[in-house]
Design a protein around this ligand. Structure first.
Ligand SMILES: [Zn+2]
Ligand SMILES: [Zn+2]
Length: 247
């Protein structure tokens, strides 16, 4: 079965479609599109390399536009719609910005202020997107943390106005990322969709349990609509995979 039949370059080189190599060590590479040199362990065996900026730029532009137009009060709805936008690759660092974007946009749509009473403005959401975009692609496998899980911490850090010198907000942001990483202990290979659902879950639960802020339900088990387009889907080992047991 070709699970990848109708999906453009799902986890492959965006230049030529060849399956990417996730190497064990970084090497200096030059972006095929913009010419910037950087170190990355991820590359195409045909010699292409696409930097994170070129990889995620259009998706981040899309998220930035949502800060002006999006009125949804359901973070799952925003996430699932973004994941089907043509700019979103199946896997990619744009997911690191998606969690804070969805959480903060929904808080703004629901008229929820930051913890200090100041409003969640477009600029706050843009900062969440920007912070998420600083987490490189592949970080889950190379740094012992996951960018989409850190995205949950970014959302809480902005809600609480956390800084390195504010102990309690910093703790709560850490706890949020930690909760997302607890969920992420599934011993599966990376899936940016699954990780995004973990991040959303951690942020929604932290806001509800600690701050009495209701952003609606967390992503439900067996609710993933993206499995068929993921050639690496863990299928029934993933809690979000829709079980194929009704036939
Ligand atoms: Zn290539
Ligand atoms: Zn580039």
């Amino acid at each position: 079965m070709n699970r990848n039949a109708d999906t453009e370059h799902v986890s492959e080189c965006t230049v030529c479609g060849t399956t990417l190599i996730y190497g064990g060590t970084e090497k200096e590479q030059t972006c095929t599109f913009c010419g910037m040199s950087t170190y990355s362990p991820i590359y195409c065996p045909e010699g292409h390399f696409v930097c994170d900026i070129c990889h995620a730029e259009e998706a981040l532009d899309f998220l930035n536009r949502l800060t002006e137009t999006e009125t949804s009060i359901d973070p799952i709805e925003i996430v699932d719609r973004a994941m089907t936008h043509p700019s979103f690759k199946f896997h990619g660092p744009e997911h690191h910005s998606l969690v804070p974007a969805a959480i903060l946009i929904v808080m703004k749509s629901r008229g929820i202020s930051r913890h200090d009473g100041s409003p969640i403005t477009k600029d706050v959401i843009l900062e969440g997107i920007r912070r998420g975009s600083k987490i490189p692609g592949g970080f889950c496998g190379y740094a012992g943390t996951c960018g989409a899980c850190v995205g949950a911490g970014v959302a809480l850090a902005l809600y609480l106005d956390s800084t390195p010198k504010r102990a309690t907000p910093r703790l709560q942001a850490h706890r949020t990322t930690s909760a997302a990483l607890d969920l992420s202990q599934d011993e599966l290979i990376r899936c940016c969709k699954r990780a995004t659902y973990y991040g959303l879950t951690a942020a929604i639960e932290m806001l509800k349990n600690e701050y009495n802020i209701d952003l609606g339900p967390v992503p439900k088990p067996q609710s993933c609509a993206h499995s068929e387009t993921n050639p690496d889907c863990a299928e029934d080992e993933c809690m979000y995979h829709v079980a194929s047991m009704s036939t």
